[in-house]
Ligand binder design. Structure first.
Ligand code: ADP
Length: 163
């Protein structure tokens, strides 16, 4: 039984994240999507932890071996807690590489029984990030197709209120 954990802030989940989750779930027996609280990232998240978990749960409802859980401890400890032996990360352009390489090294140092593996982003999603999606939506642009429809609507609503 190979169980993996796919961590992130997912504020909000994008089609790029979902592509990685789907591809990882096809390789592993079970995949736990770990949603980091990350209260400090970029002035606090747009969506609450429950909202972020809910969006991913509904967007992955068709994947029977995927579960979604919030976490706010060290990633290797969370992985151990859920019985995962592999950390799955998505890699976009080279800009991700340095940071991901550093995190993978540190996590390996913390727990040698947990391996980090990378799945390359597909070209359409190479430049897609949660922060880009928020930036576009904040300026009134459409993010339809870049996030699940439910997220698109929630963003319109949330940003309308804060404008
Ligand atoms: P972001 O960088 O968009 O704020 P997270 O911190 O939630 O996202 O990232 C979680 C994981 O998803 C990271 O491994 C990140 O590299 C990966 N990821 C994010 N966007 C994409 C994408 N468009 N394609 C592939 N992987 C992605």
């Amino acid at each position: 039984m190979k169980r993996g954990v796919s961590p992130g802030t997912f504020d909000p989940v994008t089609s790029g994240h979902l592509d990685i989750i789907e591809r990882a779930s096809a390789i592993l027996d079970e995949l736990v999507v770990g949603v980091a609280h990350s209260p400090d990232k970029g002035g606090g998240p747009l969506f609450s932890i429950d909202e972020r978990v809910g969006f991913i749960e509904r967007a992955t409802a068709h994947l029977s071996n995927v579960t979604v859980r919030p976490f706010d401890n060290l990633l290797v400890n969370f992985a151990r807690e859920v019985g995962a032996t592999v950390i799955i990360k998505g890699l976009r352009a080279v800009t991700d590489f340095e940071r991901e390489f550093q995190m993978a090294q540190l996590n390996y140092r913390l727990d040698r029984d947990i391996e980090t593996m990378f799945i390359m982003a597909i070209p359409e999603y190479m430049y897609l990030s949660s922060s880009a999606v928020k930036e576009i939506a904040r300026h009134g642009g459409s993010v339809r197709g870049l996030v699940p429809d439910e997220v698109h609507e929630a963003m319109q609503e949330r940003l309308k209120r804060s404008r």
